[in-house]
Design a protein around this ligand. Structure first.
Ligand code: NAG
Ligand code: NAG
Length: 180
């Protein structure tokens, strides 16, 4: 008899929990996913109640994997054989490679970053590069994160946070190794 009561009580508890879960899904934080993801040397991305904002950040997804987004830093130069053509060469975000891209010169670094559904070879980046490249006082780098910039927008927005960490890490490396 008392065993039966205990079991009934447990069943009621389970049903209550299910109901609470269902109701919970209708609250404003239903799209809300709490997470804290770390990416080695890049640092961490976390989404907590402070990050959530009903108006500005109602949906917060986890960024895609770093290898999937595959952020690339493309150094833009002029084709040696044809000055009106641009060349794009990937520079690895590691000190020994960065050093070879004429860092240490007194050129200014110009980072160009595309937006949603675009890529590092897009028209406006080309136009800016073509205008400024003659000046010879810039190192022009286009940040390509095409694989992370595809729809849906909410996913691309989340991916952009990881791209921001990549850029931050890149700039840190540049600062440390450009003036040695
Ligand atoms: C959402 O963001 C706006 C703009 O930054 C801010 O004014 C507002 O207080 C935020 N709302 C909450 C609930 O934090
Ligand atoms: C140089 O490149 C431009 C743009 O692609 C092209 O129109 C032009 O014919 C090229 N010139 C030579 C000499 O190959």
């Amino acid at each position: 008899m008392s065993n039966l009561l205990v079991i009934n009580f447990e069943i009621i508890l389970i049903i209550l929990k299910v109901i609470i879960n269902i109701l919970g899904q209708d609250t404003v934080t239903s799209n809300y996913e709490f997470f804290n993801e770390c990416y080695g040397e890049l640092g961490c991305i976390s989404t907590d109640i402070k990050w959530y904002n009903e108006t500005y950040r109602p949906v917060n997804l986890k960024p895609l994997e770093r290898q999937k987004i595959k952020t690339e830093f493309l150094v833009i130069n002029r084709n040696a054989n044809n000055q009106s053509e641009l060349t794009y060469s990937t520079v690895t975000n590691e000190p020994q490679f960065l050093k070879t891209v004429c860092f240490g010169s007194h050129k200014k670094l110009l980072l160009l970053i595309h937006d949603f559904t675009s890529n590092g070879y897009t028209g406006w980046i080309k136009h800016i590069a073509q205008k400024l490249i003659c000046d010879n006082s810039y190192i022009i780098i286009s940040v390509d994160w095409q694989n992370g910039a595809d729809p849906p927008l909410d996913q691309a927005v989340a991916n952009a946070r990881l791209v921001a960490l990549e850029i931050n890490y890149f700039l840190k490396n540049v600062q440390v190794y450009s003036f040695v």
